[in-house]
Design a binder for this molecule. Structure first.
Ligand code: G3P
Length: 219
């Protein structure tokens, strides 16, 4: 399973990268705005800075919602660095743009996926990744994890190469359940990944080992 970090914060990206388990980064316009990154030149410079930290797979989202605009913006983003994956929303023109980028060998991440039908359409268009937003489904009393299971099942039925990138992952159990269901990737805040470290028996076991060692050494 691949771990992506879902942020535009450079310090967090560096910290996740330093942990040695990071496979990529996802951003979106809200996350860029949260970091105060505005204006085309600053946004592009920020994407380049992110690409300077990680080995590969940096999702950068288009703002345009029409076909021509998405193609123009997507090409500009892809030109910034080979690591860029162009993030395209699940809308009619987005599907057409994904097909175009697929034919040009440019990787895409189809975002704002809320149904298995949308995921099927994105895979048929040739998306490299689909991003089902599980937390936002949970927020409205639909089971986001059910959707992950459905998409994994459909893709396995037909051997689609599109990777299931679970997004809007809010807590560590989301991540673990996504792993059980066979999601290819999760993207989440750093604390969701570091949450995997925690177990009280690890802490008490280590404390006991160290205490026993110190006792034996003092004899
Ligand atoms: O990857 C999508 C993600 O940024 C959305 O997360 O927590 O805003 O629903 P959230």
């Amino acid at each position: 399973m691949k771990f992506f970090i879902d942020t535009a914060n450079l310090a967090e990206i560096r910290e996740a990268h330093d942990l040695g388990v990071l496979d990529g980064v996802t951003t979106n316009p809200s996350l860029m705005a949260k970091e105060g990154i505005t204006g085309e030149a600053n946004i592009k410079a920020h994407y380049k800075a992110i690409c300077g930290i990680v080995e590969d797979k940096v999702s950068a989202e288009v703002i345009a919602t029409d076909y021509e605009g998405m193609i123009r913006e997507g090409k500009e983003l892809a030109k910034l660095d080979d690591k860029i994956v162009v993030k395209i929303p699940m809308i009619r023109d987005g599907v057409k743009a994904i097909r175009y980028f697929h034919s040009e060998g440019i990787r895409t991440n189809c975002t704002l996926i809320f149904s298995s039908g949308q995921a099927l359409l994105a895979a048929k268009a040739g998306a490299s990744y689909v991003s089902p937003f599980i937390g936002r489904l949970d927020d409205i009393a639909f089971d986001g994890l059910d959707l992950i299971g459905q998409i994994v099942h459909i893709y396995q039925n037909y051997g689609y190469e599109t990777e299931v990138l679970a997004a809007s992952v809010r807590h560590t159990m989301h991540l673990i359940k996504c792993a059980e269901l066979g999601a290819d990737v999760v993207t989440c805040p750093l604390k969701v990944i570091t949450g995997l470290l925690n177990h009280p028996l690890t802490d008490s076991g280590l404390a006991q080992f160290l205490a026993d060692h110190a006792k034996a050494a003092s004899k």
